[in-house]
Design a protein around this ligand. Structure first.
Ligand SMILES: Cc1cc2nc3c(=O)[nH]c(=O)nc-3n(C[C@H](O)[C@H](O)[C@H](O)COP(=O)(O)O)c2cc1C
Length: 317
């Protein structure tokens, strides 16, 4: 059984973003310790194959955690068992997604409403995944009630999870308000299994502050890892007391991602995912929205390539 690396740096699960191409991009820029896949629906995993699925794609799997979404113990067991055969580093259960289109089915954060049901879901996954870590990604809960969070997290620990990831917001908060890192500290004090903190890490200094302030065992980064795929390299430098390198050439980073996307995905999927990515990577520029709007016009990867080249040639910044 693998152990969570010390001070683990982890890329968060993100629909349409934490796919094989982005993961390869991050690896090419220094990498992180572990990557989460996009959330995978437990109803679909058993009937999909890595040969045809756009979600079950990987170049490296010994640092990859597949994230499962669902609430039916039987289907979760079957899906986890299938994922286990692909031999990833680990399997995660999504108990944190707040979106209505997910919670309406009782999936994601909706599981935090029903401790007994969540326990059954974890037991089903644990039964299928015996020889590699199982993590559970949660939020604070539906209210900022520390007592409930600690009871829920204890249930997860007793249910045999190897570590917990806490996105330190309540479910109704969605992505609003500042993440409540103090809840990460409270959870860390209470549990014996490792706790990974998540929410609002935007700079290398933030990552180090989260570790210092909360005592967490790892830091998970979502949005800033897609805006600055080199952030993990910079965090490692800061933690080692080394100088932080210059920012890489953004045009090169964007074109490299386009190449990777076209290598791993069918043309229409690659283009759609590229447009999504440019929206985020544009966050490095004052006029990033212009880059994103221009790229939105591309009808194929070659056009997208030309648009990016021409925007940077004109000196977009
Ligand atoms: C576009 C997008 C897609 C996301 N998809 C998922 C997902 O599939 N599973 C999940 O558990 N969380 C998902 N999240 C939440 C992130 O994993 C993370 O918890 C959240 O963004 C907070 O971290 P950050 O402040 O570092 O971005 C998503 C977030 C974003 C912005």
């Amino acid at each position: 059984m693998h152990l969570l690396p010390k001070d683990a740096l982890i890329m968060a699960p993100m629909v349409d973003l934490s796919h094989v191409a982005y993961r390869q991009l991050i690896r090419s820029m220094g990498g992180c310790d572990l990557f989460y896949s996009e959330m995978l629906n437990s109803r679909i995993v058993p009937v999909e194959s890595p040969q045809t699925s756009i979600y079950l794609k990987w170049a490296v799997k010994d640092d990859l955690i597949f994230q499962l979404l669902g609430n039916e113990p039987g289907r979760m067991e079957e899906a986890a068992s299938r994922l286990d055969t692909y031999e990833p580093w680990g399997v995660d259960i999504n108990m944190g997604c707040w979106l209505n289109k997910v919670t309406v089915h009782g999936w994601g954060a909706a599981l935090m409403k029903d401790m007994e049901h969540a326990r059954a879901v974890l037991a089903a996954v644990r039964k299928s995944v015996k020889n590699r870590p199982v993590s559970v990604k949660i939020r604070i809960g539906y209210t900022p009630d520390k007592g409930y969070l600690l009871d829920f997290a204890s249930m997860i620990q007793e249910g045999g999870a190897d570590f917990i990831v806490l996105h330190a917001r309540t479910v109704p908060e969605g992505m609003n308000r500042k993440a409540r890192w103090e809840y990460i500290a409270v959870l860390k004090d209470h549990l014996s299994i490792p706790v990974v903190g998540n929410g609002d890490v935007r700079t290398p200094e933030d990552a180090v502050s989260m570790m210092r302030q909360t005592g967490c065992d790892g830091v998970m980064i979502g949005r800033q890892a897609v805006i600055q795929p080199w952030i993990f390299r910079d965090i490692k430098a800061l933690m080692a007391g080394n100088p932080i390198s210059e920012k890489p050439d953004l045009e090169g980073v964007i074109l490299n991602l386009l190449d990777l996307l076209t290598r791993y995905f069918p043309p229409d999927v690659a283009l759609k995912r590229f447009k999504t990515a440019v929206f985020w990577l544009g966050g490095n520029l004052t006029f990033g929205h212009h880059l994103s709007k221009e790229t939105g016009r591309a009808r194929d990867a070659a056009q997208a390539h030309e648009i990016i080249r021409s925007c940077f040639e004109k000196g977009i910044s």
